[in-house]
Design a protein around this ligand. Sequence first.
Ligand code: THU
Length: 135
Amino acid sequence: MDNKKIKKLIEQAQEVQQHSHSPYSDFKVGAAVLTESGDIFAGCNVESAAYPLSQCAEASAIGNMVSHGHKRIHSIVVASQNDEFCFPCGGCRQKIAEFAPDDTPVVMVTKSGKTHETTIGELLPNAFRAHDLGK
Ligand code: THU
């Protein structure tokens, strides 16, 4: 992926990560999506005292993107707060695939800036999409 674009996405993911509401897990996550149009939308994880209602950072970023009228993800970055890569959870893989073709880059970045790049197709092979519903 384009180095300048990825740097900007990482910056935004790590910035929004600071706003994470995660008093239960103490695990701050930030995500930033770059749209096909070149816009960036970010979001953090938002937990709830009713644990299952918690929302992942990827879901927040995608909600932000859709709320601004965009539906094509060009690439997505997920920022973790430690030295491990934060791979999107199963549910978020499905949420990403809704707006991203198989070859869409998914980049994980650690606190210290180490990156790992894959694609949504690798993370969620044979994704169930609108096409499967005849849409
Ligand atoms: N989390 C994310 O935000 N994204 C992921 O891909 C994995 C997990 C959040 C959910 C919860 O707030 C915390 O990390 C611990 O699971």
